[in-house]
Design a protein around this ligand. Structure first.
Ligand code: ZN
Length: 145
């Protein structure tokens, strides 16, 4: 609580100091009224500070939303859909190779172990020879008409 009061007090002192210095300069060169200039400068500083803080908060919030979206996308890339081994309820769990992937079911609360099985397969090439695919499509169209 004390920190907040210190912060408010220091920013008030800064605002008054800046307004005082600027008022002196303006008064010296233009001879404008001291109290009017001082009050106007304080008001301008409050408005500028409000606009600055609002836009900073807006930028920060949109950055946080972007970060959260990226984090969720990464989470979705590294996860998989599974079913609980006790109650068969569907669940989405993150999958990692460097950690034990066991999870507690959200429906029944019982623990589940996760075993990963990695298989390999030959890559299929698409687009190497499209003439065969085009012939198949042409024949299918002919058969339908
Ligand atoms: Zn369950």
């Amino acid at each position: 609580m004390l920190d907040i009061f210190k912060q408010i007090l220091s920013s008030l002192i800064k605002t008054l100091l800046i307004a005082g210095i600027l008022t002196s300069i303006i008064n010296y060169f233009t001879g404008a009224g001291y109290i009017e200039t001082f009050t106007a400068l304080i008001c301008i500083q409050f408005v500028a500070s409000y606009i600055w803080k609002s836009s900073a908060r807006f930028i920060l919030e949109s950055k946080l939303i972007d970060e959260e979206t990226k984090r969720l996308e990464l989470y979705a890339m590294q996860g998989t859909d599974v079913t609980c081994s006790h109650c068969n309820a569907a669940a989405f769990i993150p999958v990692r190779f460097d950690e034990d992937n066991s999870f507690d079911c959200e429906m029944c609360g019982k623990p589940n172990s996760v075993y990963l099985d990695v298989t390999t397969a030959q890559k299929t090439t698409v687009g190497g020879d499209t003439s065969k695919i085009n012939k198949i499509i042409d024949n299918a169209i002919k058969d339908e008409s």
